[in-house]
Design a protein around this ligand. Structure first.
Ligand SMILES: C[S@@+](CC[C@H](N)C(=O)[O-])C[C@H]1O[C@@H](n2cnc3c(N)ncnc32)[C@H](O)[C@@H]1O
Length: 414
């Protein structure tokens, strides 16, 4: 084999005293034991997407692959508390519950918090039957009321978002949900409405502002709503059967990961998380339609959202992201148990129209904090959006990065 030129050799230098390995297109470097764990977890992400438990209930941009979360949860010491400071739709928390682990989730997006709470809640068989019966009856009433009002223009209608008959059905579904007698069923049905919102709208997807005219028959929205409620009930039933007896429900907190809303003495054994990548997503914009439909106040989230694409062209956007992630690392450092790992799933990002390597930016963000990189595994994945293809080309990298408390210099006082 020809030796690599010096510049390339330097770029690919492994971490001190460690090996670089490759297998099934996944490369890894760092502490061999931790690198093997990360590589095995990342490889699970090539499995076909699973809709098991409550995972497939609601779309969420940059949702973690459930099989990656499952591997990282299953390899966490049994008595360790798991924390996901960017919990999103709750993928890690669902897996933690199914494995009988104590877990805490934090997210600044109020929609994410409601979704993660619902997806990890434990329902009895009787309550799930009541949920289904209520959703079916409510959908029939909403469809009937919408049909009776055919041709009427309802307040709040925006022709750029929904076809008129779709908006009418959504309007009456909302009115029927509000009248529901049981708070838990009401909350579940609000999120069912959120789960179907983009599919019945004129938008292509959460992450696209493009419009796609859809020919939906009258009554489709209500029928789809009832079917989605049944899907949710099936997932919640599977989850209830999977959760080992005595497992405490995860705590899901609305808050800012830069200043974790945890009691000062809370001790975390493992962090499993996926932070917002720089400049790729804009959760406030992606969720605008759902936020509006559910009447959610997202002003605070809009202020504190990290890495949002809407700010990625601003000068210093990458510096801001690094500072934000540095603050998250300092906040984690206060709670991570000795020997505990903080594992981040992160992809390449974009700032000022340029490619930003996920591994380098996270490593830089953590320099000067009490956490340091123990191992990294990475894989190339297809670029999804037009913007990603323009900046990264056809593929970009996704990384699992494990950090732990920085070793203290020996001989010094502690
Ligand atoms: C990549 S997503 C996490 C997805 C999640 N792992 C899942 O499977 O659904 C990143 C999350 O960070 C959240 N976020 C952005 N800024 C935040 C902040 N300052 N504090 C806490 N969460 C934040 C977003 O709302 C989003 O849910």
């Amino acid at each position: 084999m020809r030796p690599l030129p010096e510049a390339q050799r330097r770029r690919r230098r492994p971490l001190v005293g460690v090996v670089e390995t490759a297998g099934r297109g996944t490369r890894a470097r760092g502490d061999p034991r931790v690198a093997a764990l990360l590589r095995a977890a990342l490889e699970r992400g090539s499995e076909p997407e699973t809709r098991s438990l409550t995972h497939g209930f609601h779309a969420y941009p940059a949702r973690m692959h459930p099989a990656i979360a499952r591997h990282l949860v299953a390899t966490t010491p049994a008595d360790a508390i798991i924390l996901d400071p960017f919990a999103g739709s709750g993928t890690v928390l669902v897996e933690a519950a199914a494995h009988g682990r104590r877990a805490i989730g934090v997210d600044a997006n109020p929609l994410a918090v409601r979704l993660a709470r619902l997806k990890t809640s434990r329902w009895s068989h009787g309550d799930l039957e009541r949920l289904i019966a209520h959703a079916r009856a409510l959908a029939r009433r909403a469809s009937g009321r919408a049909a009776a009002q055919r041709g009427t223009r309802l307040p709040g209608f925006d022709p750029r978002t929904f076809a008129p008959h779709v908006f009418r059905e959504l309007h009456f579904l909302r009115a029927e949900i509000e009248r529901g007698p049981d708070p838990a069923i009401r909350e579940a049905l609000w999120l069912v409405l959120s789960a179907i919102a983009v599919k019945v709208s004129l938008r292509v997807a959460d992450t696209s502002e493009l419009e796609a005219p859809k020919r939906l028959a009258a009554g489709f929205v209500s029928r789809h709503f009832a079917r989605k409620a049944e899907e949710l009930a099936r997932g919640l039933g599977d989850l209830a059967r999977a959760i080992p007896e005595g497992t405490p429900g995860p705590e899901v907190i609305e808050g800012d990961a830069r200043d974790l809303p945890l009691p000062p003495r809370a001790r975390i054994g493992r962090v499993i998380t996926s932070p917002p990548y720089p400049g790729i997503y804009d959760y406030v914009a992606h969720h605008a339609l759902r936020i509006e439909l559910l009447g959610i106040d997202a002003r605070r989230f809009s202020e504190v959202e990290i890495g949002a694409r809407r700010r990625s062209q601003a000068s210093g956007a990458l510096e801001t992201w690094r500072n934000d992630l540095g603050r998250v690392a300092r906040s984690l450092e206060r709670h991570l148990e000795p020997g505990g790992l903080a594992i981040f799933l992160i992809g390449d990002g974009i700032a000022g129209g340029q490619r930003v390597r996920g591994d380098e930016s996270l490593t830089n963000a953590c320099s000067g904090t009490g956490l340091e990189v123990r191992a990294v595994a990475w894989q190339s994945r297809p670029s999804r959006s037009r913007l990603e293809r323009a900046v990264h080309g056809p593929t970009k990298n996704e990384y699992l990065i494990a950090l732990s408390a920085r070793a203290r210099p020996s001989g010094g006082s502690t």
